[in-house]
Ligand binder design. Structure first.
Ligand SMILES: CC(C)(COP(=O)(O)OP(=O)(O)OC[C@H]1O[C@@H](n2cnc3c(N)ncnc32)[C@H](O)[C@@H]1OP(=O)(O)O)[C@@H](O)C(=O)NCCC(=O)NCCSC(=O)CCCC(=O)O
Ligand SMILES: Cc1cc2nc3c(=O)[nH]c(=O)nc-3n(C[C@H](O)[C@H](O)[C@H](O)COP(=O)(O)OP(=O)(O)OC[C@H]3O[C@@H](n4cnc5c(N)ncnc54)[C@H](O)[C@@H]3O)c2cc1C
Length: 668
C-alpha cells in the first residue's frame, strides 16, 4: 500500500505476524477486485487534486468560514469529476461513489453540504417522479447542475409524518398549487444543504384539491434564483445553527408564503392530480416513504465504514503505544498486549464485518423488493421496512458506542481532534437522530414481529427472517450450547420469548384499551424484542457469510473469519445475558465457560488483528488521523498537528496585553 514509507518498528513487528493475505481480505471487503480497484482509483484521482492539498484545518475556522471552505471543496471535487469524465473514464454513478462515500470523509470532516442532494434528492426524483419529470430534473440533479434536498421534517413534526402542517392547495383556475406554511411549527426544519446551498427542494405537504384532503404528497419547488441565488418570491429560508456535528452540512429551515408552482411540479409517479383537480390515489400511501427506506439501507452500510475508520485508528495506535509493564522484568508492552485493550478493540473489528455483511444482505433484499414494487407487487415491502428500520437503529447505536470505546482506548490522545474520533463520532450520532428516531423505528419493526407471532399462533408459514419464531413455538429452541451456532439459537429463543411476552401483554391490555393505546403501553417490551430480532439477523448473516468464506477463500483467511465470528458471537452473548437467561437455561459453569471462550477467542485473533484493519484499506488521506496513520509515526504527527494551532503562530497572544497584564498590574 505505502511501500516507501518508514514504518514504526512495533507496527511492522505485528504486521509480520499476520497469517493471511491482506489483499484477499480487502477484495472481499469491497465486494470484489474490480470494486476495490475502482475505489482506490477514485481515492487517488480525487484526493490528489492540488486544490485539496491546502493546509487549512477546518476545525480552527469559524462556522461561516467552515461552510465557505466546504463549498470551495465541493466545487473542486465536482470539477475533478468532470475532468475524470472528460478523460473518458466511465464510472457509473460517479457522483454518488465520490460524494456519497467515505472517499470524501476527510475532505468534509463535518459532512458535505451536498449530503442530502447526493443521498436523497435524486432518489426522490427517481422514485417519486414520472418519466417526464425525471427528464426535466433528474439528469441535471445527477450531474449536479441543479442542487436539491429532501424537505419533510418541520419544527413541530418529524416522526409523525401524517401530522405535517405545510399545505399544498390546488387551484384549477390557474392549474397551480399554492404552498403555504400556516404556523411557526410548520417551518420546515433540518434538511441538509437547505440553508444556503440548494436551489431546489422536494417538499412534502398536505394536499388539498377541490376542497378535499388527500394526505402527504411530494412537490418539487425552486427555492433560489439560478443567477443571483436569492430566495424566490414567498420563500423564507435560512440556517438552523451549530450542532453536535455535521456543521458543514448546512441544515436549514424553510417556510412558504403562498408560493405558486405549476401542476407539473407535483411528483406524480404514485398519486396524481388531474388538470380539473380530480385526485387519483396511489396503490399504497407508503410508496411515498420509499426514499426513507433507501436511505436507511445506505445508513447501515455507512456505519460499517465509519466504524472501520475508528478501529483502524485504535488498533494501529494500540500497536505503537507502549505503556505500563505487565511483567515487571520486561519493558513496557504495546498497549494491545493488555487483555482489556483487546476486549475493547477486537469486538469492534468484528462488528465492522458483521455490519458490512448485514448491509450486503439488506442491499440485495432492497434490490429484489424494489424491483417487485416497481412491477406492482407490494407483498414483501413490510419485510424490507421491518428489517431496514431495526438495522438502522441497532447499527447506529452500536457503532456510536463502539466509536466511543475506540476513542477511550486511545487514552488522552483520543480526545484530540487530530485523532479523528470527534468527527467520526459526530457523523455517526447524527444518524441516530435522522431518518427516523431510533425508538420509533424499533416500534415499526415490532408491528411486523407481532403480526408474525400471531401467524405462528395460527400455524401459518413465515418468511425466512422470522422462521425461528415457529421453531421456538414448537419447542426446538432453548437448549444452551456455547458455540456460535448455539448462541444464535439461544438468542433466537430469547427474541421469540420476548415477542411472545409482549404479544401476551398487548392482548391483555387490548381487553381494556384500543389496539393503539395497548400497543403504546407495551412499547418497552416491543422495542426490546425488535433490538433482539436485529441481533439475530446480524449474527445469522455473519455465520452465513463465514461459512461461505470457508468455500471461496484461502484456508488462512477462512480461519480469520472463523475467529471473527467467535469473538462476535461470544461478545454478543455476554452483552445479552439478561435477555437470554429469561428464556434459556444455563448453569453457572456454562457462563464461566462462555467467559473463558471469549477470552481465548481474543487471544487467538490477536496476531491477525492488525492485518484485518489494514485490509479495511483506508488510506491516510481518508483516515485523517494523527494516531492511525499507516506508518505509525504517532508522536511526530501529534507534535506537527499541535504546531498548526493558530495560537501557536505567535509567542504571545494579544489577550496578555489586553487582559492579563492590566489585571496583574492592578493587583500589585
Ligand atoms: C413513523 C412512521 C412510520 C409513521 O407513519 P404512519 O403513516 O403514521 O405509519 P403507521 O400508521 O405506523 O404505519 C402505516 C403502515 O405503513 C407502514 N410503513 C411505514 N413506513 C414505511 C416504509 N418506509 N415502507 C413501507 N412501509 C412503511 C407501516 O409498517 C404500517 O404498516 P402496517 O399498517 O403495519 O401494515 C413514519 O411517518 C416515519 O417513517 N417517520 C420517520 C420520519 C423520518 O424518517 N424522516 C426522515 C426525514 S429525512 C432525513 O432525516 C434525512 C437525513 C439524511 C442525511 O442527512 O444524510
Ligand atoms: C443531522 C440531521 C439531519 C437531518 N436531515 C433531514 C433532512 O435532510 N430532511 C428532513 O426532512 N429531515 C431531516 N432531519 C430530521 C429527522 O429526520 C428527524 O429529526 C427524525 O426523524 C426524528 O424526528 P423528530 O425530530 O420529530 O423526533 P421526535 O419524534 O420528536 O422524538 C422525540 C422523542 O419522542 C419519542 N417519540 C416520538 N414518537 C413516538 C412514538 N410514536 N412512540 C414512542 N416514542 C415516540 C422519540 O422516541 C424520542 O425519544 C434531520 C435531523 C438531523 C438531526
Amino acid at each position: 500500500m505505502v511501500a516507501a514509507q518508514k514504518i514504526n518498528k512495533d507496527l511492522q513487528e505485528e504486521r509480520d505476524k499476520v497469517t493471511f493475505v491482506i489483499e484477499e481480505f480487502a477484495k472481499w471487503f469491497y465486494g470484489g477486485p474490480r470494486q476495490l480497484h475502482e475505489k482506490r482509483f477514485l481515492e487517488n484521482y480525487i484526493l490528489s487534486d492540488p486544490d485539496l492539498q491546502s493546509d487549512v484545518d477546518p476545525s480552527y475556522l469559524s462556522h461561516k468560514e467552515k461552510y465557505e471552505e466546504a463549498i470551495r471543496r465541493v466545487v473542486v471535487i465536482l470539477k475533478r469529476i468532470d475532468k475524470l469524465q472528460a478523460e473518458g473514464h466511465k464510472i457509473d454513478n460517479v457522483h454518488k461513489k465520490v460524494l456519497g462515500s467515505m472517499i470524501v470523509s476527510n475532505v468534509f470532516k463535518e459532512g458535505s453540504p451536498l449530503t442530502t442532494h447526493i443521498g436523497m434528492f435524486g432518489q426522490a426524483l427517481a422514485s417519486l417522479g414520472t418519466p417526464e419529470q425525471q427528464a426535466e430534473w433528474l439528469d441535471r440533479a445527477l450531474r449536479c447542475r441543479i442542487w436539491g434536498t429532501y424537505v419533510q421534517t418541520e419544527l413541530g413534526h418529524g416522526t409523525f409524518v401524517r401530522g405535517l402542517e405545510v399545505t399544498s392547495t390546488y387551484d384549477p383556475k390557474t392549474k397551480e398549487f399554492v404552498i403555504n406554511s400556516p404556523t411557526t411549527t410548520s417551518y420546515k426544519w433540518w434538511p441538509g444543504g437547505l440553508a444556503h446551498t440548494v436551489n431546489h427542494v422536494v417538499v412534502f405537504a398536505q394536499l388539498y384539491s377541490l376542497g378535499k384532503h388527500h394526505g402527504i404528497q411530494p412537490f418539487i419547488v425552486q427555492v433560489r434564483d439560478f443567477e443571483t441565488h436569492k430566495p424566490m418570491k414567498g420563500i423564507i429560508i435560512g440556517e438552523i445553527g451549530t450542532k453536535v456535528g455535521f456543521n458543514t452540512v448546512n441544515n436549514g429551515f424553510l417556510a412558504f408564503d403562498n408560493v405558486r408552482i405549476p401542476l407539473k411540479n407535483m411528483l406524480m409517479r404514485n398519486s396524481q392530480v388531474l388538470e380539473n383537480g380530480e385526485f387519483i390515489k396511489s396503490q399504497s400511501p407508503v410508496l411515498n416513504y420509499g426514499v426513507m427506506t433507501e436511505v436507511r439501507v445506505d445508513i447501515v452500510n455507512g456505519m460499517a465504514q465509519h466504524l472501520a475508520k475508528a478501529v483502524t485508528i485504535a488498533m494501529r495506535y494500540s500497536t505503537v503505544r507502549r505503556q505500563s509493564p505487565i511483567d515487571p522484568k520486561l519493558p513496557e508492552p504495546k498497549i494491545i498486549e493488555h487483555v482489556t485493550q483487546q476486549m475493547k478493540i477486537f469486538p469492534a473489528i468484528a462488528k465492522v464485518i458483521a455490519i458490512k455483511v448485514a448491509a450486503d444482505k439488506l442491499y440485495n433484499l432492497y434490490d429484489e423488493i424494489t424491483a417487485e414494487v416497481k412491477s406492482g407487487n407490494l407483498s414483501r415491502l413490510p419485510d424490507l421496512h421491518a428489517l431496514s428500520c431495526c438495522l438502522k437503529v441497532v447499527t447506529t447505536n452500536e457503532v456510536a458506542q463502539s466509536v466511543q470505546i475506540c476513542r477511550l482506548a486511545c487514552g488522552g490522545h483520543g480526545f484530540l481532534n487530530s485523532s479523528g474520533f470527534h468527527d467520526i463520532y459526530g457523523n455517526v450520532v447524527a444518524a441516530q437522530h435522522y431518518e427516523g428516531e431510533n425508538t420509533v423505528l424499533l416500534l415499526q419493526t415490532a408491528r411486523y414481529l407481532i403480526k408474525a407471532w400471531s401467524q405462528v399462533l395460527q400455524g401459518k408459514k413465515l418468511t425466512p427472517s422470522v422462521e425461528y419464531l415457529s421453531a421456538y413455538k414448537s419447542g426446538q429452541l432453548g437448549k444452551w450450547k456455547g458455540s456460535p451456532n448455539g448462541i444464535l439459537t439461544a438468542l433466537q429463543a430469547a427474541t421469540a420469548g420476548q415477542i411472545a411476552l409482549a404479544y401476551k401483554h398487548l392482548e391483555e391490555r387490548k381487553k381494556t384499551s384500543s389496539v393503539e393505546v395497548a400497543t403504546s403501553q407495551t412499547g418497552i417490551e416491543l422495542a426490546k424484542a425488535s433490538e433482539l430480532h436485529c441481533q439475530v439477523f446480524l449474527l445469522s448473516s455473519l455465520m452465513w457469510s463465514v461459512n461461505r468464506a470457508a468455500k471461496y477463500f484461502s484456508k488462512a483467511l477462512g480461519e480469520v473469519f472463523q475467529d471473527i465470528l467467535h469473538i462476535y458471537a461470544y461478545d454478543l452473548a455476554l452483552r445479552n445475558l439478561g435477555s437470554m437467561l429469561q428464556f434459556v437455561s444455563f448453569s453457572s459453569a456454562d457462563l464461566e465457560q462462555l467467559q473463558m471462550d471469549f477470552e481465548a477467542s481474543l487471544k487467538k485473533f490477536k496476531n491477525n488483528s492488525i492485518g484485518v484493519v489494514d485490509g479495511f484499506d483506508i488510506p491516510d488521506s481518508v483516515l485523517g488521523s494523527t494516531l492511525g496513520a499507516y506508518d505509525g509515526d504517532v508522536y511526530e504527527r501529534l507534535l506537527s498537528a499541535a504546531k498548526k494551532s493558530p495560537l501557536n503562530q505567535e509567542d504571545v497572544n494579544k489577550s496578555f496585553d489586553l487582559y492579563l497584564k492590566p489585571f496583574i498590574k492592578s493587583n500589585l
